[in-house]
Design a protein around this ligand. Structure first.
Ligand code: G
Ligand code: G
Ligand code: MN
Ligand code: NA
Length: 254
């Protein structure tokens, strides 16, 4: 089998599953969101991270059916946690360039929300600047259609693109995910401190919620607290884990 055929049959064979990484409100320490991250339980190679199959899925177009699985499963699971009586959380789903250029995206999102019964306000779609910049008028149109459904939009890996500020100026984001390259060297590196502080205050001025990615240490978290960053995500709180583990974490925190 070619890799592409393998990927195609794996979707049918239900070899994909989601892990979730908590996003924590910095001030209260409460879990307020989860990012869904897809994994492939490969029959011979074991668990494969997305870096090992998302590029091929993008190239081949198989990201469309795979992305549908992710969207549906994330919404279904979020609704299941709510039905368990757990406090509602935002569920964030990554949307790749190819998915974003699919004219059926808004319809797929609508279907996932309807099938699961999840209220749209709890779904967030993570977009990257590169996905949006090559056809700005179309991207604006699609984003407006998605916002009209009531879902939230975030800019992922913020700061790593070529025109991050232009993207902020142009597109109607609700949330900014500060890339982990601006968190890693906090608080010792002066340049990183300057950039991270500026990104957080810029986002606040624009009334965007900010999530710092890749938080691993106490010192980083303390810096973010003082800088009034809203939320944080990273190994400090939890690695991405399966749904059962999330259920345990949320139940214990209740
Ligand atoms: O989990 P991990 O750190 O390996 O994720 C690596 C990359 O894979 C991240 O940049 C993330 O955006 C991407 N990714 C993870 N899950 C999905 C998904 O469901 N769809 C898309 N398009 N990308 C994903
Ligand atoms: O690019 P995106 O933000 O969508 O993907 C998130 C990726 O970052 C996941 O693959 C996840 O495993 C990884 N990640 C999450 N938290 C941390 C962290 O604290 N440190 C590092 N190095 N990577 C992280
Ligand atoms: Mn992401
Ligand atoms: Na990111």
């Amino acid at each position: 089998l070619s890799e592409q055929e393998e990927l195609r049959s794996a979707i049918g064979a239900k070899q994909f599953f989601l892990e979730y990484q908590p996003q924590v409100d910095v001030a209260s320490g409460r879990i307020v969101g989860l990012e869904a991250l897809v994994r492939w339980r490969h029959p011979r190679h074991g668990m494969l991270p997305p870096g090992q199959f998302i590029p091929l899925a993008e190239e081949s177009g198989l990201i469309i059916p795979l992305g549908l699985f992710v969207l549906n499963e994330a919404c279904r699971q979020a609704k299941e946690w709510q039905a368990m009586g757990l406090p509602p959380l935002t569920i964030a789903v990554n949307v790749s360039a190819r998915q974003f250029s699919d004219p059926a995206l808004a319809a797929h999102v609508t279907e996932a929300l309807e099938a699961s019964g999840l209220d749209p306000q709890w779904l967030e779609l993570e977009l990257t600047e590169s996905t949006l910049m090559h056809d700005v008028p179309r991207a604006l149109h699609v984003m407006q259609a998605l916002k009209a459904l009531g879902v939230r939009l975030s800019i992922d890996d913020f700061g790593t693109g070529y025109s991050s500020l232009a993207a902020l100026k142009t597109f109607p984001f609700d949330r900014l995910k500060m890339d982990r390259s601006f968190v890693e060297a906090l608080p010792r590196d002066e340049t990183t401190v300057a950039i991270a502080s500026a990104v957080i205050s810029l986002a606040r001025r624009l009334r965007l919620a900010v999530v710092a990615e890749g938080v691993e240490t106490d010192e980083q978290l303390e810096f973010l607290r003082q800088a009034q960053c809203h939320d944080a995500q990273g190994f400090y709180f939890s690695r991405p884990v399966g749904a059962a583990e999330i259920s345990r974490i949320l139940t214990d925190a209740r």
